[in-house]
Design a protein around this ligand. Structure first.
Ligand code: GLU
Length: 449
């Protein structure tokens, strides 16, 4: 672990460890926020009095359920479903659903915890939650995906509502899955309630820009960090880990701003294309044909595929981790810095280990932690909720402008908060404190609930 915890905060963290054994990712996410909060308690003694940190670390509600379904061979399969409704001080629980074999309660709780502060930073009225399943979508037929989603929603539906809990996508959950889940919700309840899920299709209540939002938003955030250093994306060599939704739209926006993405990856290896990643090809392979990234070299002969390779060994000026948690460790971070990396923007949730974060902060590079840098996805989900509530739909240009302004505001809020707390340029401190204070004030105002 990295920095010392403040003496008031240390016992709270020990209590979190004792009450949530074995949930290492949750411990990591909590510790990372708590490391920033010592000075906040000094300035705001009422937060200690009201036990705000203790309360924030305990989810308001945790739902765990059985998800039985039949595969194409008529075999019964059983998965586990989760929804952790973490904090509703600022609005209905909001956060995605992750379908991945690594999912267990500790992963959902880390994601839900992050989501509280991320959603607070957006400035929009959304609380924090997260859900998902240990279901592995890889290699499943479309029919199997549908049957799984229907079974998952058959339990989840009773917990949802536009004023209660509004899930969306995350790893393994995109437009197709949201469609099947929305359909099942509608069938069970006999109600067309667009506001119970976000990331919907454009013909049935979805928002323009939602698909692009996490990637675009992460690039807007890095662009703001670069501007604060009188720099820009123009001519920058970039690497983007992953090749899913976040990685694809991160790459698209970097290209639009004049940068060049030379590498992307999946869980098997990475592609290096010195001429710049061919985005259309990646989209065709990953989004349309659902194939692996190694097939890229079949179409771009000069590109190199490195099986089991570590993408962070590719020299770059800007790195955008957009795959999953803990994908950059201390060594990777040191290598990036040594190779000339000046900015890191996290499109994924908690992609850098505490040791890696320490390396970036000590090197003084522009480091945008996920809860700030990738907030554009959920922010645009909140814009989708606004459109649903007013039965309206906005055009692409306007929605993208709103997203860009939100990312600008988040950057400014983090930047100024870091400055106010004596840590100029430290977006970790800025994001944690700014995100926390808004939730804490709301909780104090609402009493002991
Ligand atoms: N899963 C995304 C995130 O990590 C988006 C959540 C949402 O749109 O509700 O923030």
């Amino acid at each position: 672990m990295t920095a010392q915890l403040d003496e008031k905060v240390e016992p709270i963290f020990q209590e979190v460890l004792a009450r949530n054994p074995g949930e290492t990712e949750f411990h990591q996410a909590v510790r990372e926020v708590l490391e920033s909060l010592g000075p906040v308690l000094v300035k705001n003694p009422e937060f200690t009095h009201h036990k705000i940190i203790e309360r924030i670390c305990e989810p308001e509600r945790q739902i765990i359920f059985r998800v039985p379904w039949q595969d194409d061979k008529n075999q019964v399969q059983i998965n586990r479903g989760f929804r952790v409704e973490f904090n509703s001080a600022l609005g209905p629980y909001k956060g995605g659903l992750r379908f991945h074999p690594s999912v267990y309660l500790g992963i959902i709780k880390f994601l839900g915890f992050e989501q509280i502060f991320k959603n607070s930073l957006t400035g929009l009225p959304i609380g924090g939650g997260k859900g998902g399943s240990d279901f592995d979508p890889k290699g499943k037929s479309d029919d199997e995906i549908m049957r799984f989603c229907q079974s998952f929603m058959t339990e989840l539906y009773r917990h949802l509502g536009e004023y209660t809990d509004v899930p969306a996508g995350d790893i393994g959950v995109g437009g197709r899955e949201i469609g099947y889940m929305f359909g099942q919700y509608k069938r069970i309840t006999n109600r067309y309630e667009a506001g119970i899920l976000t990331g919907k299709g454009l013909d049935w209540g979805g928002s323009l820009v939602r698909t692009e939002a996490t990637g675009y938003g992460a690039v807007f955030f890095v662009d703001e960090m670069l501007k604060a250093r009188k720099d820009s994306f123009e001519g920058k060599v970039c690497t983007v880990s992953g090749s899913g939704n976040v990685a694809i739209y991160t790459t698209e926006k970097i290209n639009q701003l004049g940068g060049k993405v030379v590498a992307c990856s999946d869980s098997n290896g990475y592609i290096y294309d010195e001429k710049g990643i061919d985005l259309e090809l990646v989209q065709q392979l990953k989004e349309v044909e659902r194939r692996r990234i190694k097939d890229y070299t079949g179409y771009r002969k000069h590109a190199k595929y490195v099986a089991k390779g570590n993408i962070w060994e590719v020299p770059c000026q800007v790195a955008m981790p957009s795959a999953t948690q803990n994908e950059i460790n201390g060594k990777d971070a040191a290598l990036l810095v040594k190779n000339g990396c000046i900015a890191v923007g996290e499109g994924a949730n908690m992609p850098t280990t505490p040791e890696g974060v320490k390396v970036f902060l000590e090197a003084g590079i522009a480091y945008g932690p996920g809860k700030a840098a990738n907030a554009g996805g959920v922010a645009t989900s909140a814009l989708e909720m606004q459109q649903n509530a007013s039965r309206d739909s906005w055009d692409f240009e306007y929605t993208e402008k709103r997203l860009q302004q939100i990312m600008k505001n988040i950057h400014q809020n983090c930047y100024e908060t870091a400055l106010e707390y004596g840590a100029p340029g430290n977006y970790v401190v800025g994001a944690n404190i700014a995100g926390f204070i808004k939730v804490a004030n709301a909780m104090v105002a609402m009493g002991v609930i």
